[in-house]
Design a protein around this ligand. Structure first.
Ligand code: ZN
Length: 332
């Protein structure tokens, strides 16, 4: 890494579109064992949920978030789109997960090898493509075990491993990544190019998959809305904002998401990227034990709580949640 060039630390979070919110909760908390660290609403559409799943505390890089669009249109898998998200598991945990998915009626394919890693592929309850990757470096990742997870610590998901970006052609996305966003090409495998950012490794991969004849992707239920890249400080975020704006790329203002600050811009192929600050984090407004247990609104939406709550579908404690024998705190 050139020391004079700022780099993203890795993936901050991935946001996708779900259908029914209860089914989404049952899958990600109940089956995959992630912690719901924030139960909020889409700040751009406050009548719909925004769920944040992560490790115990919401460590940047472990966070997979969903907008729930019950009854929403299905998205279409295609180009100009983030096609799938890979989750890191410990290298000895593949058999455990194959059995767990089978026990819960989730079909999977694999394991097979990709970039010298063992991978299984499957879809969530609303059709979002997912991978579990046995990550050799999973133990060196910053991660906090959630003691109320139905998954034992030695097999628990360690965070987001990487994302797959699908494009009709390599140009101009690949050169945009390397020339302007600090990514570097590190491997090629069967038509996929793997790019790394920051220190690379689990949590810092972007795989570019070229599919010239695929249709163009369309955002909807079962597709990824955007990927967010980590920046450590507001100062660096401002520098990114200026640099990307100077390229003539349309970029949003810096938006205060309360738990982090965000800017959004499309990469040249059309997929939406975000740059998000590591702080202040999910415990800025809730203590550790309270994370995810009730609906949290940013201060500017708090005056509208009653009408927002009326518009939201009721949810209850996720299915399979108490397999571990614990009854975690939960407000319906
Ligand atoms: Zn985001």
């Amino acid at each position: 890494m050139k020391s004079n060039k700022r780099q993203f630390v890795g993936i901050h979070h991935v946001t996708a579109i779900a259908g029914n919110p209860q089914e989404n909760l049952d899958f990600y908390v109940g089956i995959l064992g992630l912690r719901l660290v924030k139960r909020s609403v889409n700040q751009d559409d406050p009548g719909t949920y925004h769920f944040f799943y992560a490790d115990a505390v919401g460590t940047p890089g472990t966070d997979l978030t969903f907008f729930a669009w019950p009854g929403g249109l299905r998205g279409r898998d295609g180009t100009g789109q983030l096609a799938s998200v890979a989750l890191a598991i410990p290298s000895g945990s593949m058999e455990y997960w194959m059995k767990r998915l089978a026990d819960h009626g989730v079909p999977h394919e694999g394991p097979y090898r990709k970039f010298d890693e063992e991978v299984i592929t499957f879809s969530d309850v609303h059709g979002q493509a997912l991978e579990l990757v046995a990550a050799k470096d999973s133990s060196s990742r910053p991660w906090e075990f959630w003691a109320d997870s139905p998954i034992p610590a030695q097999h628990a998901i360690r965070g987001i491993h990487g994302v797959v970006l699908k494009e009709a052609s390599e140009y101009p996305t690949a050169s945009f990544l390397t020339e302007h966003l600090g990514f570097r090409l590190v491997a090629e495998d069967g038509g996929r190019k793997r790019f790394a950012v920051g220190r690379g490794g689990s949590g810092a991969w972007l795989d570019l998959l070229i599919t010239p004849y695929a249709p163009r992707g369309r955002v909807g239920v079962g597709t990824i809305h955007h990927v967010a890249w980590r920046t450590p400080s507001d100062e660096e975020q401002k520098q990114w904002w200026q640099r990307i704006r100077n390229l003539g790329v349309p970029i949003s203002d810096i938006i205060d998401r309360f738990w982090f600050r965000s800017v959004y811009f499309p990469e040249p192929g059309g997929a939406l990227f975000e740059i998000a600050t590591d702080g202040p984090g999910f415990m800025v407004d809730q203590a550790f034990g309270e994370l995810g247990t009730r609906l949290v609104l940013p201060p500017w939406l708090e005056p509208h709580r009653a009408e927002i709550e009326r518009a939201l579908l009721p949810i209850h404690r996720p299915e399979f949640y108490t397999e571990s024998g614990r009854i975690p705190t939960w407000e319906d």
